[in-house]
Design a protein around this ligand. Structure first.
Ligand code: BG6
Ligand code: MG
Length: 216
């Protein structure tokens, strides 16, 4: 029997991936780097600073900025991103999320958030589901980002379970790889690009049978 659920945030609970894209695309324009939707796929699940590094390498500008300038670029992207989040409401929960969380609550299955985003608490409050989660991993406490399994191991630990006792939900390949690397059961949430290595893939959480999942 599975005992806990571990959710990624961006692309699983809500579609904030589009706002990350818009904010990186505009920052890219300012520094002469083209960030298109295809390249953006490589940024999903990746931390803010690591995303910036990838963008700079993509534009062959990795040696053009000091650490302080990179901090300023990342901060500028985040300011724009947070502006785009202001109008977020519970209506922005992805289809099936609310019902799934309610069903998990009814069965007393604890839920955690394992997101690389430092904006996760703010977003969850906007969506009015902050209280619904029993644990939120603070990405600032991590040594390695996804695809390292650290964040998923930590989430399971916060719930009081082993990774094998949990089910992880991810829309990004980096996250899925992290889930599988610690022996957690992986549900891939498809949003465009195919995902490899998931135990099960869905387009929406409405497709899931919670009881079957708990027995997976
Ligand atoms: C992940 C997103 O959830 O969080 C990434 O998939 C993002 O695109 C990362 O870069 C960090 O988010 P934030 O909000 O801390 O910049
Ligand atoms: Mg995601």
């Amino acid at each position: 029997m599975k005992k806990g659920f571990v959710f990624d945030l961006d692309g699983v609970i809500t579609d904030t991936a589009k706002f990350h894209f818009l904010a990186w695309r505009d920052l890219g324009k300012e520094i002469g780097i083209d960030v298109d939707l295809k390249f953006n796929e490589q940024l999903k699940g990746i931390s803010r600073m690591d995303s910036l590094e990838r963008i700079l390498v993509h534009g062959k500008r990795q040696n053009d900025f000091t650490p302080e300038e990179k901090e300023a670029l990342a901060a500028k992207k985040n300011t724009h991103y947070v502006e785009l989040l202001q109008d977020l409401t519970p209506a922005d929960l992805l289809p099936g999320v609310k019902d799934f969380l309610e069903a998990a609550k009814a069965r007393q299955i604890p839920c955690a958030i394992a997101s690389a985003s430092k904006n996760a608490p703010f977003i969850l409050k906007k969506l009015e589901v902050f209280e619904r989660f029993d644990a939120i991993v603070d990405p600032a406490t991590l040594h390695k980002g996804k695809p390292d399994p650290e964040i998923f191991v930590k989430a399971a630990e916060l719930l009081g379970f082993t990774p094998e006792e949990c089910v992880g939900f991810e829309d990004a390949q980096a996250g899925l790889d992290g889930i599988k690397a610690c022996g957690m059961y992986a549900v891939g949430v498809l949003s465009g690009e195919p995902l490899h290595g998931a135990d099960q893939t869905v387009h929406k959480l409405t497709e899931l049978d919670l009881d079957a999942l708990l027995n997976a």
